[in-house]
Design a protein around this ligand. Structure first.
Ligand SMILES: *Cc1c(COP(=O)(O)O)cnc(C)c1O
Length: 465
């Protein structure tokens, strides 16, 4: 007998219907959305793979905890539960709650970074990059060289380039480095994990050069799972032990709990330094809320405290990783390449390779994303020249991104393998006749975080808008 399939350690108790639109309705909806999936209404989408952020299903235990949430203004019971859970996990003395990750970024960076300083990372997440810029600092990405080979099966393509980091720290700009921030897993670069060896080496470099070292740890549990699978020294460690060790290596963390918090909202800052904590706390109280709720309701704190336990269950992580890997296999079998090896929270389709008839300026990643919606009501996000490329004042692409990718994000505990078979089938159909996928051009675009609000039109429809 073949090995039995890996089962998720839960069954479904509460469901919600998903919409099915006609092809004509989808065509109209996408045109009205300015061909930007962020502008679609959720009730126009059949399978929503836009983001794994805040989109997970909660458990019965989380909802039971939420029902007894304490909404006291200060010192709520729910706060102590949340704080206790995070102190045990991270071993940081100071925990500050925030309503989501980017609020934590803003508070940390305004307290820690000065204008003209450099924040260096394996890869900054988009809002992280924006928040570094908003305080007048510079965001520098130093991904490891293996990351540039999308097909390489190297196990830790999320790592930072240690040689480049050391060169920066010892070079003429070394004094400008105000923060080293490691994103685990590396969301901007194919959901690839960061090894404990890499984190340890970063810690050592930061100690030697007296630089603060922080984690952007939105997917701390998924990174821990992949470390346990791929880094031999950690084979016998539990995901919780690995996660705690990673937090211990750093001076603090900024975390969106909308991912591995298994909840719709939430985040926190973990800090060691008393002075930095005092500065961040003052900012928190002025802008987010008192330091025992930070913009969150008591019921949110309860869901999060429970979610933080469930997310580290090895049976849950094993099943989630297996489900994503199975989707990757189906997509690869259909002739569509994905960034290798498959991560956990998302798959990245190589649209540039699938659609060679489209130039980077026609946004092949965006075109493939639009086609997935037009053909199957599937929503996903481009990670290519539309998101990362340089554009001139007429919104024409002048500097293409290194790759034209599409991210299929996998919400936690939401879709079944049948939904993923459907996604793979829609993609397989596109892969049979890729030349029919049209390119796009930008019609209007905001200066910062362009991808959220950009409007486009099919490149061959010159006179609309
Ligand atoms: C989601 C995310 C953030 C921002 O968090 P929000 O909760 O969306 O504000 C920051 N960094 C990484 C790596 C993320 O994935």
């Amino acid at each position: 007998m073949d090995a039995p399939p890996i089962l998720p350690p839960y069954r479904i108790k509460v469901v919600e219907p998903i919409p099915f639109l006609t092809a004509e309705d989808r065509r109209r909806a996408l045109a009205e959305a300015g061909y930007n999936p962020f502008n679609l209404r959720a009730d126009q989408i059949t399978v929503d793979l836009l983001s794994d952020s805040g989109t997970g299903a909660t458990s019965a235990a989380q909802e039971a905890a939420a029902a007894v949430g304490d909404e006291s203004y200060a010192g709520a019971r729910s706060w102590f539960r949340f704080c206790h859970e995070l102190r045990e996990l991270t071993e940081y003395p100071h925990i500050l709650p925030v309503h989501q990750g980017r609020a934590g970024e803003r508070i940390l960076f305004t307290s820690l970074l000065k204008p003209g300083q450099i924040c260096v990372s394996n890869t900054h997440f988009d809002t992280t990059h924006a928040n570094v810029k908003l305080v007048g600092a510079e965001a520098v990405d130093l991904p490891c060289p293996e990351a540039a080979d999308l097909d390489s099966h190297a196990p830790f393509k999320g790592n930072i380039d240690l040689d480049a980091l050391e060169k920066l720290l010892t070079g003429p700009d070394g004094h400008r480095v105000g923060l080293v921030l490691m994103t685990i897993t590396n969301n901007g670069l194919g959901a690839q994990p960061v090894s404990m060896a890499n984190l340890t080496a970063v810690r050592d470099l930061c100690r030697r050069h007296e630089k603060p070292f922080f984690l952007d740890a939105a997917r701390f549990a998924e990174n821990a799972w992949l470390v346990g699978q791929r880094e031999p020294e950690y084979r016998d460690w539990t995901p919780r032990e690995i996660a705690t060790r990673a937090f211990q290596l750093a001076d603090g963390c900024v975390v969106s709990l909308k991912k591995d918090g298994l909840s719709a909202i939430g985040g926190f800052l973990g800090l060691r330094d008393d002075g930095l904590h005092a500065a961040c706390e003052a900012n928190l109280i002025a802008t987010e809320g008192f330091s025992t709720y930070g913009g969150l309701a008591g019921h949110d704190l309860e869901r999060l405290a429970q979610g933080l336990r469930e997310v580290l269950d090895p049976a849950y992580l094993r099943a989630r990783a297996a489900s994503t890997a199975r989707l990757a296999q189906m997509i690869n079998d259909a002739g569509v390449d994905t960034v290798q090896p498959a991560g956990i929270h998302a798959l990245y389709l190589n649209a540039g390779r699938l659609l060679p008839h489209l130039s980077p300026g026609e946004f092949p990643g965006h075109a493939l994303g639009c086609q997935l919606y037009l053909d199957g009501g599937i929503r996903c996000a481009e990670l290519g020249s539309l998101y990362l490329g340089g554009m001139n004042d007429e919104h024409r692409l002048v500097t293409p991104a290194p790759f034209e990718l599409v991210r299929l994000a996998i919400p936690r505990r939401v879709y079944t393998d049948t939904h993923f078979e459907y996604v793979a089938a829609v993609l397989a159909d596109i892969a049979k006749n890729p030349e029919r996928v049209r390119g796009y051009r930008v019609v209007s675009s905001p200066p910062l975080l362009r991808h959220f609000k950009v409007r486009l039109a099919p490149a061959d429809e010159k006179d609309v808008e």
